[in-house]
Design a protein. Structure first.
Length: 202
């Protein structure tokens, strides 16, 4: 379907037109800001000139997105973070210099948009130096990748069993938690989830 979707993988939507739309919205006349709320915090994989802590209103980080490749398998799905509407979210914004932004967008699409599951949005991010408009990858509750409500037992089972191409769901969640702490961000709901991890796991 798309250069961004590996052979054998099914995309929900063609990521190519979504990238073109995002390019047009950005315009190419200024540096590119990207909002990170999950693994982009601790593994951005692009060059940037500046990083700031940031808060977004109207969206929140939620461990409610199925991962059947990176952190799980089709038989034993894992979880990754999505940003769902409602509440607020603390994370980080990265400023990518204009001359490197195009290649950074392509790398982001290969990483985040292989199946077209996320809805890329430009969100107003509040930082200590003032607000910026940053690209963020949000998740619709209507998406088939949205888990819906999960029980504590569901999280315990996934933390103890789910592992994919890049490692376990539990390691992913722990690394995100540690990355947030390094920014001085204390996500209480994430800390509560980690207390569900099996004793001695990881």
């Amino acid at each position: 379907m798309s250069e961004f979707t590996p052979a054998g993988m099914t995309a929900l939507r063609d990521p190519g037109p979504m990238l073109e739309h995002t390019r047009r919205q950005w315009g190419g006349q200024h540096d590119l800001w990207v909002f990170a709320y999950g693994s982009l915090i601790w593994r951005p994989e692009f060059a940037f000139d500046e990083q700031r802590p940031a808060r977004v209103h109207g969206w929140h980080r939620a461990l409610k997105m199925w991962s059947r490749i990176n952190r799980g398998t089709p038989e034993c799905p894992g979880l990754v973070f999505g940003m769902l509407s409602g509440g607020s979210c603390q994370g980080a914004v990265f400023r990518i210099p204009r001359h490197e932004a195009e290649s950074a967008l392509v790398r982001l699409w290969h990483r985040e948009m292989m199946t077209g599951v996320y809805d890329p949005r430009w969100l107003r991010c509040h930082t200590p130096q003032g607000p910026v408009s940053a690209l963020a990858f949000t998740l619709s509750r209507r998406s088939p990748s949205h888990t819906g409500q999960l029980s504590e037992a569901d999280y315990q089972r996934i933390f103890s069993q789910s592992c994919g191409k890049f490692g376990t769901t539990l390691d992913y969640v722990r690394q995100t938690h540690e990355g947030l702490l390094k920014l001085g961000i204390h996500d209480r709901s994430l800390a509560r989830l980690l207390r569900l991890a099996p004793h001695g796991a990881g």
